[in-house]
Write a protein that binds this ligand. Structure first.
Ligand SMILES: Cc1cc2nc3c(=O)[nH]c(=O)nc-3n(C[C@H](O)[C@H](O)[C@H](O)COP(=O)(O)OP(=O)(O)OC[C@H]3O[C@@H](n4cnc5c(N)ncnc54)[C@H](O)[C@@H]3O)c2cc1C
Length: 263
């Protein structure tokens, strides 16, 4: 590591001011500190969000859960209300990385980072959730903009995420054994606004699969998903899996997710 200064503001407004002046926001540090150790990132000032109480917590608002940006994965996974009303979301949080990562990692850090294989972006996009920031509210469909890129501005903090509770939902993933990140993950919901299928790990960022959504809107069954051909031309190929393998996984994991959602 090299020298940097550390600020620990107590309010969102103060954190935003520090970010506007060039400070780098620090949440759980699971990605940022590792990238600093590898010298892939070299901020001169870190702005630790850990003292901002308003960023932590889970509350139910009508038919939605609002989860503060600094809420740890472990706390979402263990929350009794989410487990009862939106078990797919609790399961996803409870199966991110390992216990240490879940004890430190936060939903805000995960979404701001937008790793193309992260789990939470698929839940946010698959739920049609809303990302609440220090400046505005951003629909999930507008938030994720490709590889490690989001709609966030330099001085904009995620403060919370609002998840509408669907009628049915499930998340299925195949872990990449070395990193624990999903090789491919699929989050499926069926709710008032129809069916949403969000895929992570397969492309340059999380995306919705229109073909699967249309088939499942007609018939919410594993068989309907099985009949959809997944085009592999825009999918990733790397040493872990070819694009064709990932395409097949999208189909298989969607079938499993629908089966799980149907109970
Ligand atoms: C070994 C390992 C395994 C993992 N496995 C998985 C997995 O299976 N699935 C998965 O989804 N994730 C996985 N992760 C990622 C992890 O869960 C965290 O979500 C991720 O590291 C980022 O969250 P963080 O709170 O640590 O953010 P940090 O590392 O502190 O920050 C990440 C980025 O987000 C920015 N940021 C943080 N908070 C905010 C905010 N409120 N507003 C705006 N910008 C902000 C920071 O400036 C930084 O650029 C894994 C991580 C590790 C180290």
């Amino acid at each position: 590591m090299y020298a940097f200064t550390l600020e620990r503001p107590a309010t969102v407004a103060d954190a935003a001011k520090l970010a506007a002046a060039g400070g780098k926001l620090l949440a759980g540090g699971q990605t940022l500190l590792a990238s600093m150790k590898l010298r892939l990132s070299a901020p001169e000032q870190l702005v630790d969000l850990g003292a901002i109480k308003e960023l932590v917590g889970i509350r139910k608002e009508g038919n939605a859960f609002v989860i503060g940006a600094m809420t740890r994965h472990l706390d979402v996974g263990a929350n009794a209300e989410i487990k009862a009303a939106y078990p797919a979301l609790a399961w996803l949080a409870d199966h991110i990385g390992d216990r240490q990562v879940r004890a430190m990692g936060t939903i805000g850090g995960s979404l701001a980072n937008n790793d193309p294989a992260a789990c939470y972006p698929s839940a946010v996009l698959g739920s049609g959730a809303t990302v609440i920031t220090s400046k505005r509210e951003i629909a999930a469909d507008d938030f994720f903009q490709g590889l490690f890129t989001t709609a966030l501005e330099e001085d904009e903090l995620i403060t919370a995420v609002r998840f509408p509770i669907p009628k049915r939902a499930a998340y299925e993933k195949l872990r990449q054994k070395a990193s624990n990140f999903p090789l491919v993950g699929v989050f499926v919901t069926q709710g008032d606004s129809g069916v949403r299928v969000a895929v992570t790990g397969a492309g340059n960022g999380v995306f919705r699969h229109k073909g699967l959504e249309e088939a499942l809107a007609k018939s919410f069954t594993p068989e309907a998903a099985a009949g959809v051909k997944i085009d592999s031309s825009d999918l990733n190929s790397d040493l872990h899996a070819s694009a064709a393998y990932r395409a097949n996984l999208i189909n298989v994991l969607t079938q499993r997710a629908v089966k799980k959602a149907l109970g």
